[in-house]
Design a protein around this ligand. Structure first.
Ligand code: CP
Ligand code: NVA
Length: 303
């Protein structure tokens, strides 16, 4: 059987995504699961910092009976120039799966090309697929109908936004992106979403318009990891895109606010909104672990 990787949401079918989310919700609700990964080893190779993704994957793996090895780039010969393709082939002989967090999506793709074990994207410059599927789990858990709710992405058309685009296209729910000019997601990705999946994705420029009657509001940092040098330019460009209480008042009273965290209070979101009654960010962070359990069980069990 061919090795199954999860490098972006479009690597899965709609049915697979729905099943994984259902499974994650069930594990969380019943607090029962099988220790299906006993004896399996998951390596996590992270080029960038991580609190949630790292710890939730490690906890998920341990709950399922498996083991983890956390490796920063500096722990490996990668830091001294050993090629990705050699690292991938060697690690395939030692462990049963790898989660990679890299600067470039191409690095993860190259690793997967040479890997004989499943590779999972734990964030790259282009995508954050595990994040968005666990976020959708949270939206469903909070009782929102994906297909009938006004779902907004407010802010940068970044890696998380691009995984929302893939989710919207694959699952077929409408999505509105509200980004300042110059910070849209990749044009080519939007084109493919529309042509291949007939995606119902709209871009609007006005946060006030986007937020009106919104039911699910997502935001994220203006400066993603690796973009630190652009900080000044970005802070200027995103003026008016802070999710504050005034903006939130335009949304439905029942609206929920998601943020994948870490949050920069006072930039993309205010303290008041992040800590307010409509924020679901702590449950959202928790759900990464339940979702990763469902994902690891699916992708590693047969591997
Ligand atoms: N949301 C998320 O991926 O957080 P970390 O960077 O802490 O993993
Ligand atoms: N867009 C953010 C997400 C962090 C989890 C980044 O890439 O830094």
């Amino acid at each position: 059987m061919a090795v199954r990787h999860f490098l972006r949401i479009w690597d899965f079918t709609k049915e697979e995504v729905e099943t994984l989310i259902e499974k994650a919700l069930k594990i969380k609700k019943t607090k029962t699961w099988e220790r299906s990964l006993q004896g399996k080893i998951l390596a996590l190779i992270f080029e960038k910092a991580s609190t949630r993704t790292r710890v939730s994957f490690e906890s998920a793996m341990i709950k399922l009976g498996g083991h983890t090895l956390f490796l920063s780039r500096n722990d490996l010969q990668l830091a001294r120039g050993e090629p990705i393709k050699d690292t991938a082939r060697v690690l395939s002989r030692y462990v049963d799966g790898v989660v990679l967090r890299t600067y470039l999506q191409e690095t993860i793709e190259e690793f997967a090309e040479y890997s004989q074990i499943p590779v999972i994207n734990g964030l790259s410059n282009r995508f954050h697929p595990c994040q968005v599927l666990s976020d959708i789990m949270t939206v469903i858990e909070k009782g929102k109908d994906l297909y009938k709710s006004k779902i907004i992405w407010l802010g940068d058309g970044n890696n998380v936004a691009q995984s929302w685009i893939e989710a919207s296209a694959l699952l077929g729910f409408p999505l509105i992106l509200c980004c300042p000019e110059g910070f849209d997601p990749e044009e080519e990705l939007l084109r493919e979403a529309r042509e291949r999946f007939q995606a119902k994705i709209e871009i609007v420029r006005s946060p006030e318009e986007a937020l009106t009657d919104a039911e699910v509001i997502n935001t994220d940092v203006w400066i993603s990891m690796g973009q630190e040098e652009e900080s000044e330019r970005r802070i200027k460009a995103f003026r008016g895109f802070t999710l504050d209480y005034n903006l939130l008042k335009r949304a439905k009273p029942s609206a929920i606010v998601l943020h994948c965290l870490p949050a920069h209070r006072g930039e993309e979101i205010t303290e008041e909104v992040l800590e307010g009654p409509q924020s679901v960010v702590w449950d959202q962070a928790e759900n990464k672990m339940w979702f990763h359990m469902a994902l690891l069980d699916y992708i590693l069990k047969g591997a």
